[in-house]
Design a protein around this ligand. Sequence first.
Ligand code: ADP
Ligand code: MG
Length: 298
Amino acid sequence: METILKIENLYKNYGAVKAVKNVSLEIKKGNVYGILGPNGSGKSTTLGIVLNVVNKTSGEYSWFGGKMETHEALKKVGAIIERPNFYPYMTAEQNLKLVCKIKGTNYAKIHEKLEIVGLLDRKNSKFRTFSLGMKQRLAIASALLNDPEILILDEPTNGLDPQGIRQIRDIINLIASQGTTILLASHLLDEVEKVCSHVLILRKGEILYSGEVGGMNSKDGFFELISDNLSDLKVALEQHPAIENTSEENGKITAFTNTNLEASELNRYLASKNIFLNHLVKRKHSLEEQFLELTKNN
Ligand code: ADP
Ligand code: MG
């Protein structure tokens, strides 16, 4: 499958604030990716970097296999990272005509894109008369005008009522079903579950999970471990193929697993490395609980 965007070991510091820490992600054509995390976890910063509006501190990213310059590549990207902003006294159609002129796109696309976002019957209404949900849908139509390879959305349902949220999610699913790759940032677990095939979970700028949404669901659980030598324990855990990642807090290590690893099996493995535990508990969580667990203390 063709790679649309590859992010490798990305870091961003705003002064003393470490907003993004070692984030990597590969986006393949045709999938729907979610960046999930609570407020302040680095979602918008990550999107801003790959869209060339925020300067990275270190790390790399490349668009379309690195075959073209970022500014050329971004012509094939549709992105909505701010609140929709159009001319209030112009109609939906007039606003999109202006966007077509700027992007050098044929006006013929306007009809098709307004239809996708369910605004065809409101094309002659002035932008200022639109609800927030309609404004957001017009922004999506605008971003789609030049048939981008990928659509990037930052918190697309923020501030919308339940009906507005439902409409945006249906539109995202429709666009995805037509083959457009999507990258969406959200702090809402159920949003990511409902529309995404893949998810990157961030907490305080760090990756806590990366993989298929289904994989997150079938994740068997996590272990709580304490040993006299926590750093050796951490190293050994990270070498174990079934351990996805670890975090350390209050003298205790939490290790997340993606497979059906048994506590006794893990205990035997650690003992073989001369690591003896004072404490070992395996916990299972629902997806919702896992997410809250992953993102607590934020
Ligand atoms: P999210 O989109 O997940 O809510 P952000 O990427 O907006 O997270 O923010 C990540 C962290 O970086 C937060 O601690 C935030 O306060 C900080 N941050 C974001 N933008 C700036 C900025 N322009 N200057 C300083 N700090 C910033
Ligand atoms: Mg944000």
